[in-house]
Ligand binder design. Structure first.
Ligand code: SF4
Ligand code: SF4
Length: 497
């Protein structure tokens, strides 16, 4: 057994796929389609309203649904259940179709098989959101949705793996990172069955243009083998699009929760297991020790701060300072500079700086390279990052949680009942929730960082922890300060005017 196999082998863990109704539905061949179809329909409605509906963004489905409600619900779903929104993602609906008409069957270029493109995609998305005021433009939001569909279909057509999900999609990248804190994970019931499995269908798939039947010798619990008939054919399932191998999975990173692995496995060996929330964040070696993976996670926490910073007074003051005192009249350039500094430069400097100090002040520090040190502490940025995003997105969501109802009423030609559905969750309650999310996220982050420091530096753990704890503390305090300021109520302000 490899080291990775032993990282997550649930013993008596609850398997969601074994539950009578939900489990059966999820394992069913068309199970994902049942979830994707309503989201696909919703995307079509968003396009229709985006191109033909009201220009007021607070009354248009294309702006209210994705920028107010989707974002609020996605972070809650990630933390409570897992990557449900990738599971139901309509952009990948065409995957099976695309694979059958695949043009070249090439792999995604090796140089791009990492998270650098995903970091750039996230940066670009947040930049465009601010620069083009996407939240205020139903038409532009509709074009973004179209761009998603086209990019996903094209990459599925051209490349063998699901390159769009794994290497490009900003939404998926966000979900991958915070699904690492989720209480569920794909794993296998019995690793010895995988060891004797011939076709490794979970990753290779069971789809074939012509039906073929194979007899495999499969290990059984308690020793010995049985013969098992394995059928491949047009009714089969594609293997894991993001090329994860179920028996070796130690993380939710890159898992879209499509469950194709469970459907393709001929031995019903794949499960969706309930685990301790964020279990992988506490485990050494659960993630690859790569710069791109570590910096993605750290940068995304900084992006949470900058995304909120762009909506409060000091954010506008910085842009005004760049315009008036520095002489940068071009708004796009000013935004690029501000976000480039907070989202890219600052995370790199902060992470490498903290790693450099912790290596210097500990006896065993030099046993680990800068890359290994940053990788060891990167998981600690997940809970605080999730807390920052939760504090931000829940604010926009809870300020008008039911306004989607009158928006839908108007979309179908009825009179929108704005009076009835405009109620906001009281501001005090939202503020308390934000502080709880930030302080709770920070406390969780500190426990992860402390475990990493003790693992790396043994008795010097406290010294090694110090720079990381200070960095996390600073980020939390800055976030609390930002959320204590009046924030622009995007997508809902017009309603109250
Ligand atoms: S999960 Fe299923 S298909 Fe994959 S290696 Fe194990 S037994 Fe084979
Ligand atoms: S491991 Fe792969 S096939 Fe299985 S649910 Fe995750 S993304 Fe889908």
């Amino acid at each position: 057994m490899t080291q990775q196999q032993s990282l997550y082998r649930p013993r008596n863990a609850f398997d969601v796929l074994q539950t009578p109704l939900i489990g059966r539905l999820l394992r069913w061949r068309w199970g994902r389609l049942v979830l994707q179809a309503p989201f696909f329909l919703a995307a079509l409605f968003l396009l229709i309203d985006g191109f033909t509906g009201p220009t007021n963004p607070a009354r248009n489905l294309a702006t209210v649904a994705p920028w107010v409600h989707y974002r609020g619900l996605v972070i809650i779903a990630l933390l409570l259940a897992g990557n449900l929104f990738c599971m139901a993602c309509p952009f990948t609906l065409t995957r099976t179709l695309a694979k059958r008409f695949s043009i070249s069957g090439r792999r995604f270029p090796r140089i791009l098989r990492n998270k650098w493109l995903a970091i750039f995609g996230l940066f670009l998305m947040f930049f465009l959101y601010e620069w083009l005021d996407l939240w205020a433009s139903p038409v532009l939001t509709a074009w973004v949705i179209i761009a998603y569909f086209v990019a996903s279909l094209l990459l599925e057509l051209i490349f063998t793996e699901s390159a769009f999900c794994k290497y490009v999609c900003p939404l998926g990248t966000f979900n991958f990172v915070y699904a690492t804190a989720a209480p569920t994970q794909i794993a296998v019931h019995d690793a010895s069955v995988c060891a004797s499995c011939v076709g490794k269908e979970c990753v290779n798939g069971s789809y074939a243009p012509q039906t073929t039947i194979r007899l495999d010798e499969i290990a059984v619990a308690g020793g010995g083998t049985i013969q098992k008939e394995v059928v491949h054919g047009p009714q089969g399932t594609l293997g894991c699009g993001t090329e994860l191998f179920a028996p070796q999975m130690s993380s939710n990173l890159d898992c879209t929760l499509c469950l194709d692995c469970a459907r393709a496995c001929p031995h019903q060996n794949v499960g969706l297991f309930v685990r301790r929330p964020g279990r992988e964040l506490h485990k050494a070696g659960a993630w690859l020790q790569r710069w791109d993976v570590s910096l993605l996670v750290i940068a995304l926490a900084f992006m949470g701060i900058s995304n909120a910073f762009g909506m409060v007074g000091p954010g506008y003051d910085v842009l005004e300072w760049l315009r008036r005192d520095v002489g940068i009249q071009n708004e796009a350039l000013a935004l690029l500079l501000m976000f480039g500094f907070i989202n890219l430069l600052l995370p790199v400097l902060a992470a490498t700086g903290a790693a450099f100090i912790s290596r210097m002040v500990t006896q065993h520090g030099r046993d680990y390279s800068l890359r290994q040190t940053v990788a060891a502490f990167a998981p600690a940025f997940v809970p605080l990052g999730a807390g920052i995003w939760f504090a931000h997105y829940s604010f926009h969501f809870l300020i008008a949680p039911l306004t989607i109802i009158p928006v839908i009423q108007e979309f179908v030609g009825l009179k929108g009942d704005w009076v009835h559905y405009s109620a906001a969750v009281p501001a005090d309650i939202i503020s308390v929730m934000q502080v709880v999310a930030l302080v709770g996220g920070f406390a969780w982050s500190i426990t992860i960082a402390q475990q990493a420091a003790l693992r790396l530096y043994k008795r010097d753990g406290l010294f090694g922890l110090l720079p990381w704890a200070l960095l996390l503390l600073l980020m939390m305090l800055v976030a609390i300060q930002i959320f204590s300021l009046p924030m622009e109520m995007r997508g809902t302000d017009f309603m109250f005017s």
